[in-house]
Design a protein around this ligand. Structure first.
Ligand SMILES: [Zn+2]
Length: 143
């Protein structure tokens, strides 16, 4: 069976021309965002042109990895067999410190503790040789 057809295997992202640098960056430990050199827009996900000014002078820069929970949902009923063992888990919409929002998931904490505005930080989860997923954990309070 093709692994992609196995309902017990989690689907993995397939990098394309626009996202290849993003996935390569995560593999190297950096969450890359595109910065427009013309208008200053910071964007995720990656595209060939700026979504604000349509310029094509975009530069990848590593994000701080800090963000806040803009929205979230706690999943109790898995969307398929591959995710059954993970429930309950929290799907997050994280607003990165640089501005863009990205869908991710919570690690390192009870999903019941997630709340709007919660401070989180990036965790790199190498799920295969090629793919490292960006996940988030609660930001440890600074002392
Ligand atoms: Zn721009």
């Amino acid at each position: 069976m093709n692994p992609a057809d196995d309902p017990h295997a989690k689907p993995l992202p397939l990098p394309d021309a626009d996202s290849a640098a993003f996935w390569a960056g995560l593999k190297q430990g950096r969450l890359l965002l595109q910065h427009c050199l013309d208008c200053g827009q910071v964007q995720y996900y990656q595209q060939a042109m700026c979504r604000r000014c349509q310029g094509d002078r975009l530069e990848h820069r590593a994000a701080s990895g800090r963000g806040t929970v803009y929205s979230y949902s706690v999943v109790h009923r898995a969307p398929g067999p591959a995710f059954r063992a993970d429930t309950p888990y929290a799907v997050l919409l994280v607003e990165l410190a640089e501005g863009p929002r990205m869908v991710s998931s919570l690690v390192g904490a009870d999903p019941a503790t997630v709340h709007f505005g919660m401070q989180v930080e990036l965790v790199l989860d190498a799920v295969s040789d090629d793919i490292t997923l960006p996940r988030f954990r609660p930001l440890a309070p600074s002392t």
